[in-house]
Design a protein around this ligand. Structure first.
Ligand SMILES: Cc1cc2nc3c(=O)[nH]c(=O)nc-3n(C[C@H](O)[C@H](O)[C@H](O)COP(=O)(O)OP(=O)(O)OC[C@H]3O[C@@H](n4cnc5c(N)ncnc54)[C@H](O)[C@@H]3O)c2cc1C
Length: 372
């Protein structure tokens, strides 16, 4: 295949890997720069992540988008990982915040083949554990390892991986972008640059990205007991709990105040407490390990995908929030079409407008800048 221009991506999490995959397939010469010696060591390094559409009682941008993204991205996971969905039960638990949105969910928001409303006895039957709550069941949703997915996405030898290299300086020359490490060694020079290193992107382009924020989250892994081993589907309320392969995954906490990726015993306790609201024997399950990382977020909870307002041939691909498995592969494919100057269909054009990094009014940006 005749290769297109050279292009560099900073960040080897699910965002950077999804982009590298799509752009490599479209014939670009892709450089992927990642500070760790392995891919997916930050937020994308959780042992398990859930992929499901975001549901709201009424049709919203987020519900519409997430449905399209879910369809594309879950198909990618099937194709690259041979993944088979376990199904996700979203419990209509009175204490879960999502319940109030989902009680009134209608077929106008989400086509009927995507979900079923279940009674508590039907929920127990499908999950194979006793549940006292009604639920919404998504048969095509489930969970898989984001790290395995990242590795599969960039398995092509034509993607040039610069692992163990932290991009410290970025400079623009007349025709290209140059990325340097801490010792001022030039790592890559390329015509296009895509910044996909989550919150850290803010350190390079503070003015344009001042509205980007981060939220610490913790998940843990639990040793199963006889009762919990029976679980067959992922269960979600405000948290998620997966069937045990070797261990169960339980996540995730939300902590806007802590700016260090530290582990907190109290977060594990709260997660197990929440689990015990629907799984009575939760406190018998031993916590084997836990992990903390940052979600990168935007003010309207949608990603930032598209061109910089100020710099030529610079693009952002950030702020996947809690939905990276759903959003990143899908937006990477739309981004590729945009970059290849393909004529986007009306729906896709609208979608890319919704996530355009320049969508925030400049007064919001200024206001946020004074708060940073
Ligand atoms: C507890 C928890 C539970 C979650 N659960 C889910 C879930 O169930 N489903 C879901 O879809 N999402 C979930 N998420 C969110 C999801 O993990 C993130 O949205 C996703 O991993 C973000 O991917 P990313 O590639 O944008 O960022 P990251 O995974 O953070 O990747 C950014 C990469 O950039 C690299 N980098 C940073 N700066 C530099 C630099 N200067 N030079 C080189 N490399 C650099 C980092 O090392 C990192 O590898 C969860 C998050 C948390 C914290």
């Amino acid at each position: 295949m005749k290769r297109r221009s050279e292009l560099a991506i900073i960040g080897g999490g699910i965002s950077g890997c999804s982009l590298a995959h799509e752009l490599d397939e479209a014939g670009w010469r892709v450089h992927l720069v990642e500070q760790h010696n392995e891919l997916a060591m930050e937020a994308s390094g959780n042992p398990l992540g859930v992929i499901m559409p975001v549901m709201t009682a009424e049709k919203t941008k987020i519900s519409e988008l997430s449905l399209r993204a879910f369809t594309y991205s879950s198909q990618k996971a099937r194709q690259l990982l041979g993944w088979r969905p376990q199904g996700v039960l979203q419990l209509l638990h009175p204490q879960a915040k999502v319940s109030k949105f989902l009680k009134g969910i209608s077929r106008d928001v989400i086509p009927s083949h995507f979900f079923q409303k279940l009674s508590s006895s039907e929920s127990s039957k499908i999950s194979n554990v006793h549940l006292d709550f009604e639920s919404i069941f998504y048969p095509e949703a489930g969970a898989f390892s984001p790290r395995d997915f990242c590795k599969a996405l960039v398995s092509s030898p034509s993607i040039i991986k610069h692992l163990g290299i932290k991009a410290i300086h970025i400079e623009r020359s007349t025709h290209s972008w140059m990325i340097f490490d801490g010792a001022r060694n030039l790592i890559v020079e390329s015509e296009y640059l895509i910044v996909a290193n989550a919150y850290e992107a803010k350190y390079f382009f503070t003015d344009e990205l001042c509205m980007v924020d981060r939220v610490r989250g913790q998940s843990c892994q639990l040793r199963p007991n006889e009762a919990s081993k029976a679980l067959r589907t992922v269960i979600c309320s405000d948290i998620y709990f997966s069937p045990a392969q070797d261990l169960h995954s339980l996540g995730g906490s939300y902590d806007r105040l802590t700016q260090e990726p530290i582990l907190k015993e109290s977060d594990n306790d709260k997660l197990v407490e929440k689990l015990s609201e629907f799984f009575v024997r939760a406190k018998e399950l031993k916590v084997e390990s836990s992990r903390a990382a940052f979600r990168c977020t935007s003010p309207d909870h949608l990603p930032l995908v598209g061109p910089s307002r100020r710099h030529q041939n610079l693009y952002y691909f950030l702020s996947m929030g809690s939905r990276a498995l759903c959003y990143a592969p899908y937006f990477a494919s739309k981004f590729k079409d945009q970059l290849c100057l393909k004529r986007l269909q009306e729906d896709d054009r609208l979608t890319m407008d919704w996530v355009n990094p320049n969508r925030f009014p400049s007064n919001l940006i200024q206001q946020e800048a004074t708060q940073v």
